[in-house]
Design a binder for this molecule. Structure first.
Ligand SMILES: Cc1cc2nc3c(=O)[nH]c(=O)nc-3n(C[C@H](O)[C@H](O)[C@H](O)COP(=O)(O)OP(=O)(O)OC[C@H]3O[C@@H](n4cnc5c(N)ncnc54)[C@H](O)[C@@H]3O)c2cc1C
Length: 426
């Protein structure tokens, strides 16, 4: 780099920062990418169980809808500019063939997150970006001449006229994301929506839940209910019982609401409690279940409930259903009376788990909350009150469900920021 004052500076070499750096450099800008930790793209490496679910098979409109009304509106220009299929074609051009998997997911064909991170970093370096690791940005400050100053731990301060901020959120702080960006932006008097953990396992202190540890139900439909029984969210995804409560996409997708509601109630006397109602067989109606059970009761050989349910569920889970229905464990079908059959069907269609809260930021895949969307121009990612200052990726008040949506949002917002910021620099 000939003159760092003329460089466009990007803070945070995660998914969004690497993508933005590549696009800015390809557009002809001189780019300096600063990263706090020793390496780029740590979360990419950890993602998707180290397989990296990098985007979705859904189109721009369908994926946008999964972010909720306000974020959907905000993301419309970025998802139109960089829809999921363009993320796939970009990675394929970078030498990472991709393939679709269940639940609308896209993975690298190699199933190796490292290939995604390495290809992106290699392309960034090849495009001439200067990457400096172990550079912890401490603060940012607008200067009277419209430029920005960055204070960096142990280094002389840097100045630039175009500054792109993508230091992530507060989730998985062990990877370097400790919410630093919120402090910088709050210091500029910008609104920060309180960050809470999202896509995180749920905690339940019920003993019977713990006894089901390790059991997964691939086809489950969950409904998150508040203490008054009102449905807050519904999701059809696999669920997993754990020694601390519930995990798997169905539980994790509803966790942001649990965390946000509890955070809001922090200053009141009561901690809001929730129930997750799990339909263990959403493909089967109550009537079909009733017919199945009635038929089994008349069958020869006095089958028990687990057999009547065609051995679809592990015995421990059948016993939990029975307990919740007020029945003996795995009863013989001939002993089940009409009222009891009704209770069993209700428990199968809505096994109720009390939810105490979430397991917190250290296990959260993303952060809910962040820089308020009203502070940012959705067509450029430029902060409205600060020309030349851009914010994107997880730093924004945007989070989506599991399924490659969060990388998609990070790449799409980064791409738009890069387009605008590099044209400003030209
Ligand atoms: C375990 C796990 C699995 C996941 N799996 C998936 C998945 O399969 N699919 C999916 O879509 N999403 C997944 N996610 C979410 C996804 O990783 C994030 O949505 C995405 O990484 C956000 O990108 P980002 O660039 O905004 O932030 P990050 O990727 O978090 O990058 C931010 C970068 O900024 C750096 N930084 C922070 N503070 C400073 C500072 N002060 N100075 C300099 N640098 C700083 C950080 O060290 C980090 O490298 C997963 C997350 C986790 C934790």
């Amino acid at each position: 780099m000939r003159d760092s004052k003329e460089a466009l500076v990007i803070v945070g070499a995660g998914a969004a920062g690497l993508w933005a750096a590549l696009q800015c450099a390809r557009a002809g800008a001189r780019v300096l990418l600063l990263e706090k930790t020793v390496r780029c793209g740590t979360k990419i490496l950890a993602s998707g169980g180290t397989r990296c679910n990098l985007t979705t098979t859904l189109d721009a409109e369908e994926s946008g809808r999964l972010f909720g009304t306000a974020a959907e509106r905000f993301l419309r220009p970025s998802l139109r500019n960089l829809p999921p299929r363009k993320v796939v074609s970009t990675f394929e051009e970078l030498g990472v063939p991709c393939e679709a998997a269940a639940l609308e997911k896209i993975f690298p064909r190699s199933q190796r997150a490292r290939d995604v991170r390495d290809a992106l970093e290699k392309a960034v370096r090849a495009a001439g970006v200067e990457i400096r690791c172990e550079q912890e940005v401490l603060s940012i400050r607008p200067l009277p001449d419209g430029r920005y100053q960055l204070d960096i731990a142990g280094q002389t301060a840097l100045e630039c006229q175009t500054l792109l901020l993508c230091p992530g959120g507060r989730s998985y702080p062990s990877t370097g994301t400790t919410g630093d960006g919120y402090t910088w932006l709050a210091g500029l008097e910008l609104e920060i929506i309180e960050p809470v953990p999202a896509l995180v396992p749920l905690a339940s202190s019920q003993d019977w839940v713990r006894e089901l540890t390790g059991i997964a139900v691939q086809e489950a439909e969950v409904r998150l209910l508040d203490s008054a029984g009102k449905e807050l969210m519904r999701r059809r995804r696999p669920i997993l019982f754990t020694h601390k409560g519930l995990s798997g996409p169905a539980a994790m997708d509803v966790s942001g609401i649990v965390a946000a509601t509890q955070a809001k109630a922090r200053f009141t006397d009561e901690t809001p409690r929730f129930v997750l109602s799990i339909d263990l067989c959403p493909e089967t109606t109550r009537e079909e279940l009733r017919e199945l059970l009635v038929k089994a009761a008349g069958a020869s050989g006095t089958p028990r409930l687990s057999r009547a349910l065609e051995n679809r569920f592990p015995r421990r889970l059948v016993d939990a259903v029975c307990t919740q229905a007020g029945s003996q464990p795995n009863p013989p079908m001939t002993s089940i009376r009409r009222a009891q059959r009704h209770e069993l069907i209700e428990a199968l269609k809505g096994l109720r788990v009390e939810v105490d809260g979430t397991l917190g930021f250290h296990l959260a895949e993303v952060t809910r909350g962040g820089l308020a969307l009203r502070e940012v121009n959705p067509r450029s990612m430029e902060i409205n009150r600060h020309p030349g200052l851009y914010a994107f990726g997880e730093l924004l008040d945007i989070d989506g469900p599991i399924g490659g949506l969060n990388f998609q949002a990070a790449f799409a917002t980064a791409d738009l920021a890069a387009r605008h910021a590099s044209s400003r620099q030209a």
